[in-house]
Design a protein around this ligand. Structure first.
Ligand code: SAH
Length: 229
C-alpha cells in the first residue's frame, strides 16, 4: 500500500537517500560507458534539493524518488534521475553560468540546473507542458528560470552566448544554431538519434576550429520534434 502523503509534503529523507544511493550505484555500473563513474557532490546535492514528487502526476507520487523515467502526460516523460545527473555533470558549468535547456517537459532538469547555476533559459514545444512547468517552478521558488514555448531547434539567440546548452529530446543531428550559441569551449549535451531506434548521448564542445564531438553512452529520449531538420 502506498504512503499517505499530501502533494505538498516534503520528501521523506530516506526516499531521497535511497535515490542518491541508486544514482551512485548506476554511475558505477554505467561508468565504463559514460567515461565517468561518479556524479559530483554538487549535482547530487541539487538532486536531493529538488522535490521530484512535485514534478510527477499525483498517481505516481510513490514512484517519484525511484531512479526511473515516468510518464507525465502529452506522450512525454520525466527523465531518469541518473541521466539528469550525468547530463548535468557533462555540462561542466559553474555557479556563475547561464545555461539554456531545450525540452522543458515537466521542468525537473530545469530545477536541478537552477539549483546549480546563476540563470536557466528553457524552451518547450508543447504549450500546456511549458505553462505547467513554468508555473510549477515559480511556485517552488526557482526565480532564476525563464522559459518560453516554441521549437528549440534554433535555440534562443537573444540570451546567447551560453556557458552550456542541454537538450533533453533526441535530435536527428546536431542543430548548428545551438553550437553557434555556445561560448568558446562551452559544451552542448544532446542525445543524437543514430537511426534504428538507437540514440547516443553526445557532448559537443565549441572550439576555435571544428567543434569537438564526443559520444558518451546509449540513451532513450523522446524525439526532438522539428519540421525540417
Ligand atoms: N527535461 C525533462 C524531460 C523532457 S522530455 C525532464 O527533466 O524530465 C522532452 C521534452 O522535449 C518534451 O516535453 C517535448 O515536448 C520537448 N520537445 C520536443 N521537441 C522539442 C523542440 N523542438 N523544442 C522544444 N522542446 C521540444
Amino acid at each position: 500500500m502506498g504512503r499517505v502523503t499530501s502533494p505538498d509534503s516534503a520528501p521523506d529523507p530516506e526516499e531521497v537517500e535511497r535515490l542518491l544511493a541508486d544514482i551512485r550505484r548506476e554511475a558505477r555500473y554505467a561508468g565504463s560507458d559514460a567515461g565517468r563513474s561518479t556524479i559530483t557532490d554538487s549535482t547530487l546535492a541539487a538532486i536531493a534539493a529538488v522535490p521530484r514528487h512535485r514534478f510527477v502526476p499525483e498517481y505516481l507520487r510513490d514512484e517519484a524518488y525511484s531512479n526511473h523515467p515516468l510518464p507525465i502526460g502529452h506522450g512525454q516523460t520525466i527523465s531518469q534521475p541518473y541521466i539528469v545527473a550525468l547530463m548535468t555533470d557533462l555540462l561542466e558549468v559553474d555557479t556563475a553560468a547561464t545555461v539554456m535547456e531545450v525540452g522543458t517537459g515537466c521542468g525537473y532538469q530545469t530545477a536541478v540546473l537552477a539549483e546549480l547555476v546563476r540563470r536557466v533559459f528553457t524552451i518547450e514545444l508543447v504549450p500546456p507542458l511549458a505553462a505547467e512547468a513554468l508555473a510549477r517552478l515559480r511556485v517552488l521558488g526557482y526565480d532564476n528560470v525563464e522559459g518560453r514555448t516554441g521549437d528549440g531547434y534554433a535555440g534562443w539567440p537573444e540570451h546567447a552566448p551560453y556557458d552550456g546548452i542541454i537538450v533533453t529530446a533526441a535530435a536527428a543531428g546536431i542543430p548548428p544554431a545551438l553550437i553557434d550559441q555556445l561560448k568558446p569551449n562551452a559544451r552542448l549535451v544532446i542525445p543524437v538519434s543514430e537511426g534504428g531506434g538507437y540514440q547516443t548521448l553526445t557532448v559537443v564542445t565549441r572550439t576555435a576550429g571544428e567543434p569537438k564531438v564526443e559520444s558518451i553512452m546509449p540513451v532513450a529520449f523522446v524525439p526532438l520534434v522539428h519540421a525540417s531538420p
